[in-house]
Design a protein around this ligand. Structure first.
Ligand code: GLA
Ligand code: ZN
Length: 681
């Protein structure tokens, strides 16, 4: 079990971010100031080379890497480590002009022209070869540099390529997936529908926008294939830097983007040493409160952390100030930088990193927030906030390497997300799978319980409570796993839209939820009502221990036939008035609850208290706007309280050391609005 993200304990939380000295090589005074200011801001890391290919290799085969070495030396002499990116996120002009096949083909089959970034075909052998050449040069030049903390492979993988090479690879992937048996594929994709039958794998095209998009299994496999193709491509880069670096122990990461539709990050995660991700919440927006945005951010941290639960992750990028690519690029309000940084650490990150250190003078990101503005000085509000954050992070060095533990988990699965969103039916607007997972997660957070976010492939051992919202697709042996979980004493909550299809999007016959879950929950779903946005129903409780007033129902309501489950609540309105809406079945030593309708969570407190109580998970209802996280070190526990509300919150019965202030904590402490406290116990 690898515990420390950099293979060794650094003795610090990493505070740094993207640094682009290649834009300033002709300005030595700027480069000098950068170092001076970095030290003032408590920066101990710089991410270099994310888009430096054209500086390394201005013409094919002509390499200039000395400047990189000098920059790394200089940083290192000043106590600043380097995370070095491979530069494949953006290609030099000469490469695209000479070898157009490296450019991506879009979903209408049109090849892109040179431009922008993140625009390469991941299948192109030629591109892989050209990338390997530059990666090898980097590895040979600085792969054993004492300042090198980590390799950062490419940048924010995403999108897909529909070129002929990718098409043929997709067909090969399908051949393997369906045992080289086209009849098997025809059956699983139900191609008798609309005359879609294939007679050979070579007939299958990716789901071009102007082509075949009406086969659910095809659409799903395209996403699965793309995730695997990115992984294969990334592995070429990883193998190259490993092979040609003298130091083989430098860990490798690539930067993710929260619940990103394009790629199942768990497939990529298996091949990297550390999870890192880029987080840009839209704080203080028109639609949600600061507390809600923070909570969403905490959920995303949990999703990232869950991919390698036994170790910390990294916040690879965040904006010190504002971004430039949102619809409205609002300034980060005073104090948010530090609280957001503390939240990352509270959620299990060992780094707080920014995009970017210094604003570029021209081009697409010249107005993107940076620690150093065009003003060029250290007396700006943003600089001071970053420096103050750096100071706070220094006090949290002891937290490094500690991990999170939870007895509760929420299942969030990419395959399920893709399949469900792609399913024709329900509503186009209200499926909201990822948001629904987030809502259940947030509900438990109100009780000071921070669930893990896991996949159906993960082990369920050690969990006492599992919530599997809208688990539309039952892959692998998940139904059996859930059954064993309950029989062994677990508390399971399943919801509407569970177990409709198998892993290829074929509906289960004989009633939902399929694959044995009808028996586990003791019911069959006969129909599902999709509500218009203004429609409401309600659940009337039969047992008074789940709610006194009932729950409000919106969006979805399933009509159940209950065979052998206890009915805890029934619908109050409409033609299905009186039918079951909430059930529970005891199985072995555990219980399987089924919530047949989407309900407004505000009214569901008693139910969640019951679930947590039965799962024997300790909980305390926290005041609104108080976020609580806990990390476990070897000998200490670190508790983080973040007041994200606009009011003071008083905290009772605190004991331990206030790490930020360095004093013993008072048992009754008032935590002012937007302030945070970190306690070591
Ligand atoms: C992403 C990229 C960065 C930069 C930022 C701007 O995270 O990785 O290169 O473009 O967005 O917010
Ligand atoms: Zn391609």
């Amino acid at each position: 079990m690898k515990k420390y993200i950099f293979g060794k304990k650094l003795g610090a939380i990493v505070h740094g971010g993207d640094y682009n000295p290649e834009q300033w090589l002709e300005y030595p005074d700027i480069l000098k100031k950068d170092i001076e200011y970095m030290k003032q801001a408590g920066i101990n890391e710089a991410t270099l080379g994310v888009f430096s290919w054209a500086m390394y290799e201005p013409r094919e085969g002509e390499f200039h890497l000395d400047w990189l070495k000098q920059i790394m030396d200089n940083l290192y002499e000043n106590g600043i480590y380097t995370i070095l990116a491979t530069p494949s996120g953006a290609r030099p002009v000469w490469l695209d002009q000479k070898y157009p096949e490296v450019m991506r083909v879009d979903s209408k089959g049109i090849r892109n022209r040179h431009g922008f970034r993140h625009n390469h075909c991941m299948s192109s052998e030629l591109y892989r070869e050209k990338v390997s050449i530059i990666d090898r040069k980097l590895a040979e030049a600085v792969g054993d540099h004492p300042g090198l903390l980590m390799w950062h492979i490419s940048n924010e993988f995403g999108g897909e390529c529909y070129c002929d090479t990718c098409k043929v690879k997709f067909q090969d992937y399908l051949r393997a997936r369906f045992h080289n048996n086209i009849d098997e594929l025809n059956h699983e994709w139900w191609t008798a529908f609309w005359s879609k039958r294939y007679i050979d794998f070579s007939q299958i095209e990716p789901p071009y926008e102007n082509g075949e998009t009406a086969i659910m299994g095809l659409n799903l496999e395209w996403r699965r294939f793309t995730s695997r193709n990115f992984t294969e491509y990334m592995t070429v880069e990883i193998d190259t830097v490993r092979k040609y670096s003298k130091n083989k122990t430098v860990p490798v990461t690539t930067n993710f983007m929260k619940r990103f539709w394009d790629i199942d990050y768990r497939v990529l995660a298996d091949k990297i040493d550390v999870i890192s991700w880029d987080s840009y919440p839209a704080f203080h927006n028109d639609k949600e409160s600061y507390s809600d945005t923070m909570m969403e951010s905490a959920f995303d941290h949990a999703l990232m952390r869950g991919m390698k639960k036994e170790q910390p992750f990294m916040l690879m990028e965040s904006a010190p100030g504002q971004v430039n690519w949102m619809e409205y690029n609002k300034l980060k309000r005073p104090g948010v930088n530090e609280q957001f940084a503390l939240q990352a650490v509270a959620c299990g990150s060992d780094t707080v990193q920014y995009f970017q250190w210094r604003k570029s003078r021209g081009a697409a990101e010249q107005y993107h927030g940076a620690v150093i503005d065009h003003l060029g000085t250290n007396d700006t509000r943003v600089f001071k906030e970053v420096a103050a954050t750096g100071d706070t992070l220094k006090r949290l060095a002891c937290v490094e390497g500690s991990v999170m533990r939870s007895k509760a988990a929420i299942i969030f699965e990419w395959d399920n997300w893709w399949a469900l969103e792609n399913a024709g039916g329900l509503s186009r607007y209200t499926k909201k799978y990822d948001k629904t997972c987030q809502d259940y997660w947030t509900k438990l957070m109100e009780y000071g319980v921070e669930p893990d976010v896991i996949s159906t492939g993960d082990s369920l051992d050690g969990y006492r409570l599992i919530i599997a919202p809208m688990l539309y697709m039952l892959k692998d042996d998940i139904a059996d796993k859930l059954k064993r979980f309950v029989e062994n004493g677990g508390i399971l909550l399943g919801t509407y839209v569970t177990g409709y299809v198998n892993e290829n999007c074929l509906c289960y016959q004989g009633g939902f939820p399929g694959d044995g879950l009808k028996e586990l929950f003791g019911l069959t779903v006969e129909e599902i009502d999709t509500l218009y946005p203004s429609d409401r129903n309600a659940v009337q409780m039969t047992g008074s221990d789940v709610s006194k007033d009932g729950w409000e129902v919106c969006d979805y309501a399933e009509l159940l036939r209950v065979s052998d489950a206890e009915i805890l609540g029934t619908y109050k309105e409409d033609f299905y008035k009186g039918m079951a809406a909430l059930t529970c079945k005891v199985s072995g030593r555990g219980k399987a609850y089924y919530q047949a309708a989407r309900c407004v969570m505000d009214g569901m407190d008693m139910f969640f208290e019951k679930l947590l109580g039965e799962a024997e998970i300790e909980f305390h209802k926290h005041p609104k706007g108080l976020e609580y996280h806990r990390r476990y070190g070897e000998n200490s526990v670190y508790e983080f309280y973040l007041n994200t509300s606009d009011e003071d919150i008083s905290l009772q019965n605190l004991t331990g050391i206030d790490l930020i202030k360095g004093t013993a904590v008072r048992s009754d402490t008032v935590l002012p609005a937007r302030k945070s406290i970190v306690i070591e116990k």
